[in-house]
Design a protein around this ligand. Structure first.
Ligand code: CTP
Ligand code: CA
Length: 229
């Protein structure tokens, strides 16, 4: 579909968006990662640019073309993604953490390829920085939007992340449904945000293309941002 909708709801706003998976090296030839395609984050970047925003997309390894007019920073690991985000976040009005950041990385990266010398092996892991929580905790935090991919108790876990990470908004989806979410064209989401009275509000976004879902998320964010100012 070549239908291109442009509007000015995000004119003059700077968005920083993370997208895709991260890769955590085990040795020079192996890594830990996940099935994120990056499509949701790239759809958000595309939609935000069309709504008039200046967009910086911090992307983990994914085979997707850079959306027109978007500044792209490619990274590999969670630590690199965190450093890249912190380097550009001061200018941001809105941050969207859409990347499927690996929660853990190998404690040590082997200098050489690990040989299969033993019948069993164990890889020690250490927690990665939580990029989204780091951004939300900044003294001058931008309007911060998180994503939550859950296989069960979606609403409960999403609202817990909204409160715990001090987010302005969270978009949750049920990844136990193999037809949507990770690695698919479509998505369906539950949006949660805190209103001016700090009461949690929610909106269900029916199954649609990732670009239609992206537009709806950004429209809601633009509305909340203008209410906050
Ligand atoms: N996130 C992040 N940095 C991390 C882990 C997650 O920025 N190290 C962000 C993701 O981009 C997403 C949100 O946090 O916007 C929620 O990710 P999710 O994996 O659902 O939550 P976690 O806090 O990692 O908790 P868990 O995996 O235990 O559910
Ligand atoms: Ca996680």
């Amino acid at each position: 579909k070549l239908l291109t909708v442009t509007s000015n709801e995000l004119a003059g706003k700077h968005l920083v968006i993370t997208a895709g998976p991260t890769r955590e090296a085990i040795d020079p030839v192996r890594y830990l990662s996940n099935h994120s395609s990056g499509r949701m984050g790239f759809a958000l970047a595309t939609a935000a640019q069309r709504m008039g925003a200046h967009v910086t997309l911090v992307a983990g390894p994914c085979q997707l073309p850079t959306p027109a007019g978007v500044t792209r920073i490619d990274v590999v690991s969670a630590e690199q993604m965190n450093t890249a985000v912190m380097g550009v976040i001061a200018e941001a009005d809105i941050f969207i953490g859409c990347a499927a950041v690996a929660d853990y990385r190998p404690t040590h990266v082997a200098d050489n390829k690990i040989k299969k010398d033993n019948d069993a092996m164990h890889i020690a892991l250490v927690k990665n920085p939580d990029i989204l929580a780091n951004v939300a905790a900044l003294a001058k935090a931008p309007f911060t939007i998180g994503f939550a991919a859950e296989t069960n108790d979606v609403a409960h876990y999403a609202q817990d992340k909204l409160q715990r990470k001090k987010l302005n908004m969270i978009a949750a989806n049920d990844v136990s449904d193999t037809n949507i979410g990770f690695n698919s064209e479509d998505n369906a989401m539950l949006l949660f945000w805190r209103d001016t009275n700090n009461t949690v509000q929610q909106q269900a976004l029916a199954r649609a293309s990732k670009s239609a879902i992206a537009q709806q998320i950004l429209q809601q964010a633009a509305k909340l941002l203008s209410n906050n100012q």
